[in-house]
Design a protein around this ligand. Structure first.
Ligand SMILES: Nc1ncnc2c1ncn2[C@@H]1O[C@H](COP(=O)(O)OP(=O)(O)OP(=O)(O)O)[C@@H](O)[C@H]1O
Ligand SMILES: [Mg+2]
Length: 256
């Protein structure tokens, strides 16, 4: 396999009761790229993320990460290999200060290995990571209880849980959802910064305008199946995508 391929997903499927949540989805991701995963509500985006990261067991299909077959690996082993993910439904420790929320991942085997024994004061490391994603140290935001933080910071905290692992690939499940336009505008450069730092990203998103400021390629799911793949232009012009989103009407202006 080409060593520049970081992730290869092959015909992955999952049925819940009679519902085909993910139906034979395949795609390949090059190291350093940003791939969008889009599709209407309930089209299988979160389930696909759960299947790749081992949180839901696959009915069939294979996942290869960095040349290793991780198809049947448990989530902690997948994270330890460098494939991290954020959760659409976030569950921070609300009664702990923000920085303490990312102490546990700093004790993970991967964080220890990545730091080569130099992790030292984990609280200081945690605060550094938070500051990198916009928690203003001077305003003491890292010390605020997670339960009191506005959504924009909670989304960043999700990213920090991943960053503490020094991941190679992060699957971000709707990091823009629920945010105001100005909050999203400040997240876009942050996601670009992560890419520039060498992290490969999969971004599950409904906010297509903002997504395509970062991602140069996307796959489109509908009823669990991949119905299109390609550049924003290819996706906007795809008849199946128009049908899935608008029942066939030419409303592609909403993407632009
Ligand atoms: N644990 C589960 N048990 C039963 N059905 C499930 C489960 N998880 C997901 N589903 C169903 O699988 C389908 C895909 O859901 P999923 O959450 O993956 O969609 P999504 O694309 O992430 O949606 P959204 O954009 O609303 O986040 C839906 O029909 C959903 O109801
Ligand atoms: Mg979802």
């Amino acid at each position: 396999m080409n060593s520049d391929i970081i992730l290869h997903v092959e015909k992955v499927s999952k049925t819940f009761g009679g519902v085909k949540a993910v139906d034979g989805v395949s795609f390949t991701l090059q190291r350093g790229d940003v791939l969008g995963v889009i599709g209407p509500n309930g089209s299988g985006k979160t389930t696909l993320s759960n299947l790749i990261t081992g949180f839901v067991e696959k009915d069939s299909g294979r996942v290869i990460f960095n040349g290793q077959d991780i198809t049947r690996w448990p989530p902690h082993k997948i994270a330890d290999a460098g494939l991290a993910r954020t959760f659409q439904v976030m569950r921070p420790y609300p009664t702990l200060p923000a920085y303490k929320n990312i102490i546990p991942p700093l004790y993970s085997p991967r964080a220890r290995r990545s730091a080569r024994g130099k992790l030292g004061d984990r609280s200081a490391v945690a605060i550094d990571i938070l500051e990198e994603v916009g928690f203003e140290r001077d305003a003491r935001v890292p010390y605020k209880l997670a339960g009191t933080l506005p959504l924009g910071y909670l989304k960043r905290l999700e990213l920090c849980r991943c960053l503490a692992l020094q991941p190679e690939l992060i699957i971000c499940d709707e990091v823009f959802s629920g945010l105001s336009m100005s909050e999203i505008a400040s997240m876009v450069p942050l996601m670009k910064k992560l890419q520039d730092s060498g992290i490969t990203l999969i971004m599950v998103e409904h906010r297509l305008r903002e997504l395509f400021k970062i991602a140069d390629r996307a796959i489109v799911l509908n009823f669990g199946a991949k119905i299109a793949e390609g550049s924003p232009q290819q996706i906007f012009n795809d008849e199946n995508v128009k049908k899935a989103y608008f029942g066939g009407e030419d409303n592609t202006y909403v993407f632009k």
